[in-house]
Design a protein around this ligand. Structure first.
Ligand code: ZN
Length: 454
């Protein structure tokens, strides 16, 4: 049993003072009391640590390499994707494991308790499977053993190179599975996860409407009953055009009529929606998995957050390409993009609930839903996914209530994150992951050649 004591905590009942929190041996919050005398580890502000709901770990090693203009005068998402495919010609399982450990460490240091990994890199460079089908998934799980993060692993089904069911291109060979082999992959991945701590979860991810046939999307969702189902949806205008031409409806309109969307689902991006689609999708209870830093980096567009939140839609945030892993920056950019588009301020605030608090609580709860993880609030019985802010930081000194979260989101520094627990595992101490030196060294050695040759 671990005992924490915080001057202030954001619990499921709202802000509380002098909070004593017990973490049980099973990693869950075993007891919670307010107005308690100081005891155990003393903390400033204690918050629920959200899940990072969308990541492709290996892309972390491409950070900073994709900002030059290609031959194409209108450099775009699609030329970025070509560079990613060159990277994929060479990357090995050892490299994937080292990169994933770094990504998970950086997520924890940013304040995320969980890595929801949308994992589509399965096979050898020539497209043939490794001896064990789940070799690459096993490496993501092995990284967890070092980082201590909560892991929700989503094997990805990727069948085709486009809506016309063309074969996968050379850069996509490592992703491909037919539904039968994918079912075996999911089963093997589930076996691997049984060796991880009890908070690890298995889900599935049909990649997108471009890459998976409709019947296979439905079949994939049935492979993990009750588990999370994630899919990229409506990210780019070219994707909207392709789906509309092939299937006669825009992606979100098609998904609303053809899939049984419910709270198990997390639709990633949704930056290309009409107002009616936004309202319709919000009403399903599915999570909109937003990745504001990556969506800005790739020029995707702006999610209609104001309309979505007015409809009480669920949101989460993820670092997707992992070009920059920062919880407060994802939230700041999500809100800032609304301001720039609409020429407004604080449109997501509510009477008595500030913008920072509304964003933070929404992604904590929505991230838990997207991860299929019993967490997202500080309450007895939830996984002890906790984030402590350093109240000795000059910008946090002497402030109270929602202003704490507004300061973290809008004037935030990574240095404000002091301690992070994932299912009770205390991995970040005074801003640093406990294995930072070894994880960083292993990463640097693993990717030196890979980055130099791109
Ligand atoms: Zn993605």
């Amino acid at each position: 049993m671990t005992v924490l004591w915080a001057e202030r905590a954001l619990t499921s009942e709202g802000w509380a003072r002098d909070v004593r929190l017990e973490i049980g041996e099973d990693g869950r919050i075993a007891g919670l009391a307010t107005g308690a005398a100081p005891e155990g580890q003393r903390l400033g502000v204690l918050l629920p640590a959200p899940a990072n709901s969308h990541s492709h770990a290996f892309q972390r090693a491409m950070a900073g390499l994709t900002e030059t203009r290609g031959d194409d005068p209108t450099d775009s998402f699609w030329t970025w994707r070509q560079l990613m495919y060159r990277f994929l010609d060479r990357i090995t399982p050892d490299q994937v494991q080292a990169i994933a450990a770094l990504v998970q460490m950086e997520m924890l240091e940013a304040g995320f308790a969980t890595n929801v990994e949308f994992h589509y890199l399965h096979h050898r460079p020539d497209g043939t499977p490794y001896d064990r089908l789940s070799e690459m998934a096993d490496r993501i799980a092995a990284a967890q053993a070092v980082s201590g993060i909560g892991l929700t692993l989503l094997p990805v089904l990727y069948q085709y190179g486009g809506c016309d069911r063309r074969a996968l291109g050379p850069g996509q060979r490592r992703f491909g599975n037919d539904p039968d082999r994918f079912a075996r992959l999911v089963e093997e991945t589930g076996e691997t996860l049984r060796h991880l701590p009890a908070d690890a979860r298995l889900g599935v991810a049909p990649h997108s409407l471009r890459a998976v046939a409709p019947d296979a999307i439905r079949a994939a969702a049935d492979l993990v009953p009750g588990g999370p189902v994630h899919m990229h949806l409506a990210e780019q205008q070219a994707e909207v055009d392709e789906v509309e031409a092939a299937w006669g409806a825009r992606p979100v309109t098609w998904a609303l009529s053809e899939l049984e969307l419910d709270p198990r689902w997390c639709l990633i991006h949704c930056t290309q929606m009409t107002p009616d689609e936004t309202m319709g999708l919000a009403r399903t209870g599915a999570v909109a998995g937003l990745c504001p830093i990556t969506e800005a980096s790739l020029g995707d567009g702006i999610f209609d957050g104001v309309r979505w939140m007015e409809a009480d839609g669920c949101i989460s945030v993820g670092s997707d390409s992992n070009i920059l892993i920062s919880l407060h920056e994802e939230l700041r950019l999500l809100d800032t993009s609304q301001r720039l588009r609409d020429h407004t301020r604080a449109a997501l605030a509510r009477p008595g609930i500030s913008t920072g608090r509304r964003l933070f609580e929404s992604v904590a709860r929505g991230g838990a839903q997207a991860a299929g993880r019993g967490t997202g609030m500080i309450e007895t019985g939830a996984w002890a996914d906790l984030l402590a802010l350093d109240t000795s930081h000059v910008d946090l000194a002497g402030i109270e209530g929602d202003t704490i979260l507004d300061t973290f989101v809008f004037a935030g520094r990574d240095a404000m994150v002091a301690d992070v627990w994932s299912a009770g595992r205390h991995m970040v101490h005074e801003g640093q992951h406990m294995h930072r030196v070894t994880i960083t060294r292993a990463y640097a050695e693993a990717v030196a050649d890979l980055r130099a040759q791109v």
